[in-house]
Design a protein around this ligand. Structure first.
Ligand code: AMP
Length: 383
């Protein structure tokens, strides 16, 4: 991993107050990164096609352009001291093209690996870490052959561009093959064995290219393939917690990670920890860290890409985080004034849409399961 000084032609080892962080993507993750950067005295520029996007509202300047607009990426690079991104589908070639003018401490290998499920699973398995069994498939014939080996139930996923369950077909029985793409529209895909998990979990790891720190493993509850709640910490054995920590450190080392990486996990009833997928950035399941930890996932991301020494973040209190989607905006806004225990986050998005992430609420508590029940009892999340 080249140091910032090498990347910037020997300018300086570390970023300092007054320097500029450029963020590709201006959604809520960029906004919360920017808030961490701002309190540390850094300046923030953002590239996003939506004027007054969530990140621009708290940053210093915005370049209004598409994420893959190479000229715009170059302009952001020229106006920044370090570049980062808040989502994984950034054009890695466009970032490589500006590495001579701006430091990109995360590099682009991490992006390239996490943009493609085959590259991602290969990387994970090569580091001795378990995933669901999988095969690359590019046609119905290859799918049939892979199903012979993996068996039903299984999940067929596009290699690129899938998120929140998009680009996925669950194959429970042969009849479900009717939903599979015809050969002339069969995208590069993988077939994965279905994991009978006890629950879904995640762990965050942050690095500065040399040292790596994890947050505790947390329990995630999804609805319609979208994260609904995170219970922190997950109620797991010491063995599961240690396995999650060790695999996170192993992956971080493998990437020479700078910034924050999220690792989505399945925990089986027997206590096996299986990696589902990686996100090369702070993650929705880490929003609880803002109130519940002394250093949150965004602080760690900024410290890591600035090349500072990293603290070991501490969980100060158990917590529950619940997402506020478009359909939850009205009920939560009506209820919030009567809930002083809620830490309400609103991302400042102008357009409210069903299933769109508009904000989140975190509650610090003694018992996350109990706090989750109290949140559900408000009926704000019935829809
Ligand atoms: P992904 O886009 O890979 O995160 O998948 C979205 C959701 O589908 C996950 O959060 C799981 O609930 C489910 N899922 C994905 N892959 C598998 C699998 N191999 N076995 C069981 N459930 C899965």
């Amino acid at each position: 991993m080249p140091s910032l000084s090498e990347e910037t032609g020997g300018a300086r080892e570390r970023l300092l107050p007054g320097d500029v962080i450029g963020i590709v993507g201006g959604g809520q993750l960029g906004r919360m990164m920017a808030l961490s950067a701002k309190y540390m005295g850094l300046r923030v520029g953002v590239l996003d096609p939506t004027e007054d996007c969530p990140t621009a509202q708290v940053g210093d300047f915005q370049i209004v352009a598409d994420y893959d607009d190479k000229e715009a990426i170059r302009e952001l690079a020229e106006r920044s001291d370090v570049l980062t991104y808040e989502f994984e589908n950034v054009d890695a070639d466009a970032l490589d093209a500006v590495r001579d003018i701006v430091a990109i401490p995360q590099g682009t290998d991490l992006l390239r690996v996490t943009q493609n499920r085959i590259a991602e699973k290969t990387f994970i398995n090569e580091h001795g870490i378990e995933t669901a069994p999988w095969r690359a498939v590019n046609s119905r014939e290859e799918l049939d052959a892979a199903l012979e080996e993996i068996g039903f139930p299984a999940v067929l996923k596009t290699c690129e561009g899938g998120y929140d369950g998009h680009g996925q077909i669950v194959l429970r029985e042969p009849a479900d093959l009717a939903d599979v793409w015809p050969d002339d529209a069969f995208p590069p895909a993988i077939l994965e064995g279905f994991v009978n998990f006890a629950f879904e979990a995640s762990i965050l790891v942050s690095g500065n290219g040399k040292d790596y720190r994890t947050f505790p493993i947390v329990h995630n509850i999804h609805r319609n393939n979208i994260l609904h709640m995170t219970l922190a910490p997950a109620k797991v054995s010491e063995n599961v917690a240690r396995t999650a920590h060790e695999l996170a450190i192993e992956l971080a080392r493998g990437f020479e990670l700078a910034g924050t990486l999220a690792i989505e996990l399945f925990v089986t009833p027997e206590g096996k920890v299986i990696v589902n997928e990686l996100a090369p950035r702070p993650h929705n399941s880490g929003h609880y860290t803002i109130e519940a930890c002394d250093f949150d996932q965004f602080d760690m991301h900024i410290l890591g890409i600035c090349g500072w020494s990293l603290p070991q973040p501490k969980l100060l209190s158990p917590a529950v985080m619940v997402n506020v989607l478009g359909q939850h905006v009205e009920p939560t806004r009506a209820a919030a004034p009567e809930h002083p225990e809620w830490h309400v986050h609103d991302y400042g998005k102008a357009v409210v849409k069903h299933n769109r992430k508009m904000g989140h609420i975190t509650v610090l508590c003694d018992d996350p399961a109990c706090a989750a029940e109290l949140l559900e009892a408000t009926h704000c999340w019935d829809e």
